[in-house]
Design a protein around this ligand. Structure first.
Ligand code: DHB
Ligand code: FE
Length: 284
């Protein structure tokens, strides 16, 4: 039987990719951020998941404003990284867990979600940078992936409650998967940030801490507001929190926070990293 071993939640700021390429992990600006990762890396090395289900948002690389699925699931055998304009080095390609993708898609539809299915798909910094942070020494990625893109970019955005319900539907699909995989769930983006407009540089630490304090124990507390409310609280890109909410929903067991890091700012972002362990609930 497959098991969902836990969740990794992290910011995906493109400048992190440039810092890695330049070896700046111990630079005083970057160190407080990179210091959040050794516990995550050690846990991944111990637990050795072999599949990652990644909730992220595409930033105009694979989907542009003319075609914007609310939820899209990759069902490819392989995914190439590409750079939508940050000048980043290209990251290693990703092997897809296409059989698990189709199981998730079927179960999502069964749960009355209607995703766009993508048998070819490029993945941007939002998926690749978390992998570089989690497995910095890997020559090839030790996990196959199922990418799940959430629209956090163009209105109308899905509601936070809908994203949590989507994650829970994915979690049920993972729990019913007959394979033997060890599955890690990932949620990328956030926390509070706004890249442009009058509030460019906006960060809201009290709201970020509210999200961090409730992620493991009471994710429903994060979905009482609308996505527009989250934009007001966390900035127009801070609504990438929807990816975290969906990923948290996919952890259906007893969830324990193993590590947390929060550092302000990294580029324009309140950068956070959280590791949650998921213990299967044993029926009484
Ligand atoms: C930044 C953050 C993001 O989430 C992103 O996609 C691009 C840039 C930033 O803070 O620079
Ligand atoms: Fe982003």
């Amino acid at each position: 039987m497959s098991t969902v071993v836990g969740g990794v939640f992290t910011s995906h700021v493109p400048a992190i990719g440039a810092a890695i390429a330049k070896g700046l992990q111990n630079d005083p600006y970057w160190k407080p951020f990179f210091d959040g990762f050794p516990p995550v890396q050690r846990w991944l090395q111990q637990v050795k998941p072999n599949v990652a289900v990644v909730f992220y948002n595409d930033h105009g690389l694979n989907f542009f404003l003319d075609k914007m699925p609310t939820f899209a699931v990759g069902a490819a055998a392989r995914y190439e990284n590409a750079d939508e304009g940050w000048g980043l080095p290209l990251f290693k390609p990703f092997e897809g867990a296409a059989d698990l993708s189709w199981h998730i898609i079927e179960q999502m539809v069964e749960s009355e979600f209607d995703p766009t299915t993508c048998q070819s798909m490029l993945v941007d910094h939002s998926l690749a940078i978390p992998f570089e942070l989690c497995w910095p020494e890997a020559e090839t990625w030790p996990v196959k992936i199922v990418p799940i893109a959430v629209n956090t970019v163009q209105h109308p955005l899905p509601s936070p409650a809908r994203c949590l319900a989507l994650g829970r539907a994915v979690g049920r699909a993972l729990d019913s998967w007959a394979g033997n995989e060890k599955i890690v769930v990932m949620g990328t983006g956030g926390l509070s940030h706004q890249l442009d407009g009058e509030r460019a540089g906006f960060i809201n630490t009290p709201y970020d801490l509210f999200c961090l304090d409730n992620l493991a124990t009471d994710p429903d507390a994060l979905v009482k507001q609308s996505s527009l409310d989250i934009i007001e609280q966390a900035g127009s890109q801070g609504v990438e929190l929807l990816n975290w909410i969906a990923a948290r929903g996919a952890l259906t067991g007893q969830v324990e926070e193993l590590s947390r890091n929060y550092h302000v700012p990294i580029s324009n972002t309140a950068a956070a990293t959280v590791l949650l362990e998921n213990k299967a609930l044993v029926a009484a």
